[in-house]
Ligand binder design. Structure first.
Ligand SMILES: [Zn+2]
Ligand SMILES: [Zn+2]
Ligand SMILES: [Zn+2]
Length: 255
């Protein structure tokens, strides 16, 4: 299994338009963060988690030319607004792509991308073509790959993280219920959201994410969905061993 971090930034990305802070002006490529998304390659099956606003750029940058499935965490703009560019995958490979998410997420996507349901446009392959797969909070299989949704709170709404093998990806969480914490046992790698140092009503800050990470005891933990408050190199020197900030282009291989 190969995981590629396509974007590690929060909803505005980093740098933020017009900001002149140290991180936004940093020359370190690891301080340049597109909106949060990862790609997971499981023996040649390509699974994308979220179609971020930067989806097109991310696919081009990572050299990804095909997708088999998209797992949506939730419907917020930074996680879905790149979806229109799925057309290129549809057209080039002459196929619909399986998309997965909870009911709220997929229903919201159908409202936001209403034009993608237009039968006439679908007939001409002029819109992103998807097969919608509604998920309960239950393990499922996609082409023989076991995928476990992890239901977490993002403020008041329930959204999904996902576990594939001994890798788990959780973004935009502000609380993980105890039964869901059990799904994180025995992980090799966890990617978890950690917004900034100051508390936030709907996202873990560094302190909360660190506490979760230390409890999970994955071999490696990377933080994602990061604001400009966290300078890459500075923050990494402050984090406990085994915890680091993710960065765009980070590749992780798991047996
Ligand atoms: Zn987000
Ligand atoms: Zn800034
Ligand atoms: Zn969100």
């Amino acid at each position: 299994m190969k995981i590629t971090v396509l974007g590690s930034g929060t909803s505005q990305g980093v740098p933020i338009i017009g900001c002149t802070c140290k991180t936004c002006l940093s020359g370190n490529p690891k301080d340049k963060r597109l909106r949060a998304s990862v790609h997971v390659d499981v023996n040649g099956t390509g699974i994308l988690i979220d179609t971020s606003i930067d989806f097109r750029q991310q696919m081009l940058r990572a050299g990804i030319t095909d997708l088999d499935a998209i797992l949506f965490t939730h419907h917020h703009v930074d996680h879905i607004f790149g979806l229109d560019d799925l057309r290129q995958i549809n057209q080039r490979h002459r196929k619909f792509v399986d998309v997965f998410g909870n009911k709220h997420t997929l229903d919201e996507i159908k409202v936001t991308f209403r034009y993608a349901l237009d039968e006439e446009l679908i007939r001409y392959w002029a819109v992103p073509l998807m097969t919608f797969n509604y998920l309960d909070n239950k393990e499922f299989e996609f082409r023989g790959i076991k995928i476990i949704p992890i239901e977490v709170f993002h403020g008041r709404i329930k959204i999904f993280g996902y576990r594939i093998g001994n890798f788990a990806y959780i973004t935009d969480a502000s609380m993980i219920p105890e039964p869901e914490m059990k799904k994180l046992e025995g992980l090799d790698t966890l990617i978890l959201n950690s917004l900034r140092k100051a508390p936030h009503p709907t996202h873990f800050n560094v302190e909360q994410a660190t506490e979760i990470a230390l409890r999970v005891k994955a071999k490696r933990v990377y933080f994602t969905h990061i604001t400009h408050d966290l300078n890459h190199d500075e923050t990494n020197t402050e984090l406990p061993e085994g915890l680091q900030l993710a960065y765009d282009g980070l590749e992780i291989n798991i047996d």
